[in-house]
Design a protein. Structure first.
Length: 298
């Protein structure tokens, strides 16, 4: 008799089939950040997930930040990181460090993907004029070289996808004077997903998803329509750092992205579990006319 373990494995593969069919040749933007960038094992798992998506016919684009790594290097050179309203104050010296650190992280990710047999190209928002921005103010305060995206030219991404590369983007852009700006990675991922009309946008971070009650892990919400997400914010169920993330998700949906996923990158292979299984592991936000996949299983 075949062992149950093997039957379970076969069941998982069969469960993934309709999702592979549904998203074949579709663009998926993965925003990669949080603890999963600092833990080598988690980092390897995320990259394996992205490579698997590529090999089963998806078209993944990875967008990554590196805030903690930038802070580490700012400290290393004896500078003190400063924040205003949660945003890093980025003077010219800090911007120089940020760009170097992000480029270093970027090439490490490219190397990981290449080591798994998939061709990757690492670019910044400057390459091909991908991300054009203006200075972002924080509550009216000038916080230096922090950019707000004004325009996305996705041609370079389409060219790379067409030639079967996996693009890995770090969020540094420039303004009309060609000054460099550091851009919030969540904002960059959203803007890129909107520009390429991505089928999915997945946020990998240090949160498990959206809860109806923050203090009760049993209240994790698998799927939300946009109006339900807006109501959670309006009714005060969502607070802190989740508000801008959820607003980014809503904006992405309204600009044409089909589904946005909020996932805990600390859980190994959370990306695969969310995309390929009937009952995902995080929270998916979908358009008003979007079909809920999971309701029959709840």
């Amino acid at each position: 008799m075949v062992k149950q373990m093997y039957l379970d494995k076969a069941e998982v593969l069969i469960e993934a089939l309709p999702y592979i069919q549904r998203f074949n040749r579709k663009i998926v933007v993965i925003k990669y950040g949080g603890s999963a960038m600092l833990d080598e094992e988690l980092k390897a798992n995320v990259i394996k997930d992205a490579v698997l998506l590529k090999l089963v016919g998806f078209k993944p684009i990875i967008v990554h930040g590196g805030g903690k790594e930038i802070s580490r290097w700012v400290n290393k050179v004896g500078m003190e990181p400063r924040f205003v309203n949660g945003l890093r104050v980025t003077d010219r010296d800090t911007m120089e460090i940020a760009e170097m650190v992000l480029a270093k992280v970027n090439k490490e990710l490219v190397t990981l993907v290449e080591s798994l047999g998939v061709k990757a190209v690492g670019i910044s928002g400057k390459d091909g004029g991908l991300l054009k921005c203006v200075k972002k103010l924080s509550g009216g305060e000038d916080i230096g070289y922090v950019g707000e995206i004004k325009e996305v030219d996705p041609k370079i991404l389409y060219d790379l996808l067409e030639r079967d590369f996996l693009p890995i983007v770090f969020p540094v852009g420039f303004d009309e004077n060609f000054d460099s700006y550091n851009i919030n990675a969540d904002d960059a991922a959203c803007a890129i997903a909107e520009a390429v009309h991505a089928e999915k946008l997945a946020f990998l971070s240090d949160i498990e998803g959206v809860y109806k009650d923050q203090n009760d892990p049993e209240t994790l919400i698998s799927e939300l329509h946009v109006h339900e997400a807006e109501k959670l914010i309006a009714d005060g169920y969502v607070g802190g750092g989740m508000i801008p993330k959820l607003k980014n998700c809503i904006d992405a949906i309204e600009q044409g992205v089909n589904r946005v996923h909020i996932l805990d990158g600390r859980i190994p292979h959370s990306l695969l579990l969310e995309i390929f299984t009937n009952k995902g592991i995080g929270t998916a936000i979908l358009r008003e006319d979007g079909e809920k996949y999971y309701h029959e299983h709840e």
